[in-house]
Design a protein around this ligand. Structure first.
Ligand code: ATP
Ligand code: MG
Length: 219
């Protein structure tokens, strides 16, 4: 579904992604971990077509939507208008399916996006991404700045969409525990290079991964 081969992305002379190869199968949920500045958002934005590869290839079967880092809502527009913008490219205007999946958004529809809480704003960004009826979703930092309960709620929605609709997900996360709970496989990116990848269960036992991302081994 998502097939990245030998991808190089640069900002001017600075290489942000250095020969990355990564795949996400149809209906799979895969995590992408890595410290600040590793290149995670660069990969997300390249998958979404916002950045152009210097070399290598990015292939997506079907429609891909991005929940960008920091939500990137239009704060002065209503929730309903923010959602409508998500459906703009696909010509989809009716938010009723999104309201069914995320009923809280129906209650918030008339509110200005800028006055919502962080969790509510992330819910709007989620709904906006779903408006295009994506086959694949890239989530750039689901839990950033959110209380654990709010994150768990969004994570449950994500897992449910994966289960019931077969939504393919690439989940970028600082919270490795959350990522390992949700995903079957993970990639670890550091300084623009993939340093390890594999089944989450195996990675959680890897002392380097556990030390850097889990605050010690999972017991
Ligand atoms: N627009 C830009 N112009 C120049 N350099 C950039 C730009 N965006 C990102 N970079 C650089 O590219 C590298 C990767 O940045 P990126 O935002 O992809 O990292 P990240 O893994 O998403 O980090 P974080 O966890 O902080 O979100 C960093 O060194 C960053 O400074
Ligand atoms: Mg980022």
């Amino acid at each position: 579904m998502i097939d990245v081969q030998d991808l190089v992305v640069s900002y001017g002379t600075a290489t942000a992604l250095d020969h990355i190869t990564l795949t996400v199968g149809k209906g799979e949920m895969v995590a992408l971990l890595g410290p600040n500045g590793a290149g995670k958002s660069t990969l997300a934005n390249t998958l979404a077509g916002l950045l152009r590869p210097a070399s290598g290839s990015v292939r997506v079967d079907g429609r891909l939507a991005l929940i960008p880092e920091g939500r990137q809502l239009f704060p002065d527009l209503s929730v309903a208008d923010n959602l409508a913008l998500g459906g703009w490219r696909s010509g989809r205007r009716d938010p009723s399916t999104v309201y069914e999946l995320l009923p809280r958004l129906a209650e918030l529809a008339g509110r200005r996006a800028g006055v919502l809480s962080g969790g509510e704003q992330q819910m709007v960004a989620f709904g906006r991404a779903l408006m295009s009826e994506p086959d694949a979703l890239v989530v750039d930092e689901l839990s950033l700045g959110l209380a654990p309960g709010v994150t768990a709620d969004l994570a449950a929605h994500l897992a449910e969409l994966n289960r019931s609709h077969g939504l393919t997900v690439l989940l970028i996360e600082q919270n490795a525990r959350l990522a390992f709970d949700l995903c079957s496989r993970a990639y670890v990116l550091e300084s623009g290079r993939l340093v390890t990848e594999g089944e989450c269960a195996r990675l959680a036992d890897d002392p380097r991964v556990a030390g850097a991302y889990l605050g010690g081994a999972i017991t």
